[in-house]
Design a protein around this ligand. Structure first.
Ligand SMILES: CCCCCCCCCCCC/C=C/CC(=O)SCCNC(=O)CCNC(=O)[C@H](O)C(C)(C)COP(=O)(O)OP(=O)(O)OC[C@H]1O[C@@H](n2cnc3c(N)ncnc32)[C@H](O)[C@@H]1OP(=O)(O)O
Length: 292
């Protein structure tokens, strides 16, 4: 297979953001296309399938630069002739541990704002992309990591890892756009409500039974083969109609998000800066360290 590593062209993020002035301001300040730092991107010229590998050790925790990089890659792939995207991790244990909590602790408001706007943009970009998207979950994926997996169209997971959205457990409410994303995968509202209110974290095998993931693969190599097979199962002539149909399914969620984008940012900023949340966050970070 003829695979190549792509350098991202020097395009900005300006088209990723539409509503809030704050959001537009932030996009301007992070939209510069510096060379990829936290991801590698390879494209198979024969199949038209791209593989974006998350590579921010130790936990692929999401900071603004990392999230901007992922979103820019997706946008660039949309402009190319790529048909599909596989998201995976270079780590053998962690697909993505969610937001970089170290960067959320005792941070300036402007920094927190940058993180949240980058998360909003990344969600919007991944959830709305016409590309066929597969998350190859080769490690634990929680919170913002769960968001990456659930925003993709198809999930293939390796055994013995954890997946879920644990925001209530860290003291904060799940935003509506993430609830909509969850419901798009688990349409049973009762189960979804239970999972998200209880911060339920599934092991791979249970995630498969619950429909949170679509397949288990024995190894990353097998997972990659299955991901390619999934993307290739869509005939070329169907791709435009497929993309429009996908968009229609997701349109209401995207509109709800756009209508509430600024409010969502304000809620996050207000919650994350509360002394009790910061104090809890400090303890939580200590507990993560103590595990080592
Ligand atoms: C309390 C504030 C929350 C703020 C956000 C609230 C927003 C609410 C709205 C929600 C919308 C969606 C957005 C989500 C927001 C988030 O993503 S919040 C992030 C929550 N993430 C977590 O709670 C995950 C914490 N990590 C783990 O549970 C485990 O690390 C793991 C299961 C992912 C992996 O376990 P294991 O393989 O045993 O590795 P560890 O030894 O635990 O970790 C290795 C290494 O990574 C560091 N690390 C882990 N997670 C993070 C992280 N999220 N941020 C920064 N760093 C992280 C960990 O400290 C270890 O570092 P060292 O090796 O000790 O240096």
């Amino acid at each position: 297979m003829a695979a190549r590593i792509m350098n991202l062209p020097k395009h900005g993020l300006c088209h990723l953001m539409r509503t809030s002035a704050l959001a537009r301001h932030y996009a301007g300040s992070t939209g510069s296309a510096s060379p990829p730092q936290f991801t590698t991107l390879s494209v198979d010229d024969k199949t038209g399938i791209a593989t974006l590998t998350l590579n921010r050790p130790p936990a692929n925790a999401l900071n603004a630069a990392f999230m901007g990089e992922i979103a820019r890659s997706i946008k660039e792939l949309e402009k190319s002739k790529c048909r599909g995207l596989i998201l995976t991790s270079s780590s053998e244990r962690i697909f993505c541990a969610g937001l970089d909590l170290k960067e959320c602790y005792q941070a300036e408001a402007s920094h927190l704002q940058g993180i949240w706007v980058a998360l909003q943009n990344l969600w919007h970009t991944l959830y709305s992309t016409p590309l066929i998207t597969v998350a190859l979950i080769n490690g634990h994926t929680v919170a913002g990591g769960g968001m990456l997996a659930l925003s993709s169209e198809y999930r293939i997971m390796l055994p013995n890892f954890k997946i879920g959205i644990n925001e209530t457990m860290v003291g904060l409410a799940v935003p509506m756009w993430l609830i909509d994303t969850y419901l798009n995968v688990i349409p049973n509202r009762r189960v979804a409500e239970w999972d998200l209110t209880a911060s339920r974290i599934y092991k791979s095998e249970h995630a498969l039974k619950a429909g949170l993931v679509d397949e288990l693969a024995a190894s990353k190599e097998q997972g990659l083969e299955r991901a390619v097979a999934f993307i290739s199962s869509y005939p070329k002539h169907s791709l435009v109609a497929r993309a429009i149909t996908k968009r229609q399914f997701r349109e209401k969620d995207l509109k709800n998000f756009e209508d509430n984008r600024q409010h969502d940012l304000e809620i996050f900023l207000s919650n994350i800066q509360k002394p009790n949340v910061q104090s809890y966050l400090g303890e939580y970070l200590e507990s993560l360290k103590k595990k080592a």
